[in-house]
Design a protein around this ligand. Structure first.
Ligand SMILES: Nc1nc2c(ncn2[C@@H]2O[C@H](COP(=O)(O)OP(=O)(O)O)[C@@H](O)[C@H]2O)c(=O)[nH]1
Ligand SMILES: [Mg+2]
Length: 379
């Protein structure tokens, strides 16, 4: 799969390990996440979990090692296990395949890092990463003491032990920094708004088509003043909409089953949505109706939890090219009614195909009208 500009630079190669039994929307999400983190999948291994702590059989492990051969020696390459990886299983894989390995949580944290705008979000992510790696390093200390891990993370047990202590003190330090930042939060926020442009944040679940829409909305016009925005976040781009400069933000979006230990990092990465003048809520209308409904209500609940209230929102029903023409209107009014009942600041719903450009003109027009404070009648 290939994506456009903001989908992350291709080049980091990955071997993807997927547990059997994923539903098709979960599979699409998995690929969207891998892509959002900037990886290109070179091969895939499907496995059936043996247990929660042991994922791969001996034969599977050998298959992984074989397929990982092409990645050996490439420092950017990763084995991505789309699952929860316990320390022992991690070392089993790394020892056998000799390629750095990450699990679903670390993959998600890499995506957060690409989107992190504020210092607070960056600290939250580092904290989550450190906490996630701590058990791993503890296991490394154990293995080094048993001399089962010569040379890994430095020469023997002493270095690993030192690294473990460093992590613990770094965690304490970040916690203190976060306390301090929370007190200053409002000041920071006021400063960041100083660019003065209206901000339009694109939210929605992974693989709904946020980045495709972001590209469609910002790619057409010549980006203006993008240098300024890249210093805030690489996912912000200014574009001319109805003769006026508007900053579009491709947010990290929602991800199903966010591991509880990274929920704070998730919320602080999503904070662009809180500050936006307008929200575009993108959903994939081609998914089964119950999936669309479930994700919509969970997404709206997440917005409520991070404190998004009263921000005008346009519902963008995407991928209508995959929906029967006769079904489009019915599904659109269904999701519109669902949203309105829990989010009173909904100001409209537009059916689009971001990939084909259908409805994007109408959407631009709605955005322009809304931001200039007129009623929608001009579109
Ligand atoms: N058929 C179809 N596919 C789309 C459309 N918009 C996006 N996609 C595809 O959906 C997948 C996820 O899109 P992406 O923009 O990365 O979603 P994001 O995770 O929300 O940023 C990609 O494979 C896109 O090519 C659309 O309008 N129609
Ligand atoms: Mg994206």
């Amino acid at each position: 799969m290939r994506l456009g500009l903001a989908g992350g630079a291709a080049g980091k190669r990955a071997l993807l390990l997927l547990p059997r039994g994923l539903e098709s929307w979960e599979l699409r999400e998995a690929y969207a996440l891998v892509d959002s983190a900037g990886y290109t999948v070179v091969d895939t291994v499907w496995y059936r979990r043996l247990s929660r702590s042991r994922l791969l059989s001996r034969a599977k492990l050998e298959e992984v090692a074989r397929k990982a051969e092409q990645l050996r020696g490439d420092e950017d390459a990763r084995i991505i296990v789309f699952d929860e990886l316990r320390p022992r299983e991690y070392f089993r894989i790394v020892k056998e395949a000799r390629v750095e390995t990450i699990d679903r949580t670390l993959l998600i944290l890499e995506i957060f890092a690409l989107h992190a705008g504020s210092k607070e979000a960056k600290y939250q992510i580092e904290l989550a990463r450190l906490k996630h790696r701590l058990p791993l390093v503890r296991e490394a200390v154990r293995l080094a003491k048993m001399r089962e891990l010569p040379g890994f993370l430095g020469p023997g047990g002493y270095a690993v032990d030192k690294y473990y202590k460093y992590m613990v003190s770094r965690i304490a330090r970040i916690r203190r920094e976060l306390e301090r930042l929370r007190e200053r939060r409002s000041v920071e926020r006021a400063k960041r708004r100083s660019a003065g442009l209206p901000h339009v944040a694109i939210v929605g679940y992974a693989s709904a088509g946020k980045t495709t829409l972001f590209n469609a909305l910002t790619g057409a016009g010549k980006p203006v003043g993008s240098e300024y925005f890249t210093t805030i976040s690489p996912k912000v781009k200014a574009s001319l909409i109805g003769g006026r400069r508007v900053a579009f933000v491709d947010t990290v979006g929602f991800i199903s089953r966010i591991p509880p230990e990274i929920i704070e990092a998730f919320h602080s990465t999503l904070e662009e949505a809180v500050r936006a003048d307008l929200l575009l809520y993108v959903l994939d209308l081609s998914e089964p109706e119950h999936v669309v409904a479930e994700k919509l209500s969970e997404g709206l609940e997440t917005l409520r939890r991070i404190g998004v209230v009263g921000v005008p929102m346009i519902l963008v029903a995407n991928k209508v090219d995959l929906v029967e023409e006769a079904e489009r209107a019915r599904l659109l009014s269904l999701v519109e009614a669902m949203t309105e009942s829990v989010y009173p600041s909904l100001v409209g719903a537009v059916a689009v195909s971001a990939a084909r450009g259908w409805g994007v003109g109408e959407l631009r027009c709605r955005i322009a009208t809304l931001l200039s404070g007129m009623d929608g009648s001009t579109c």
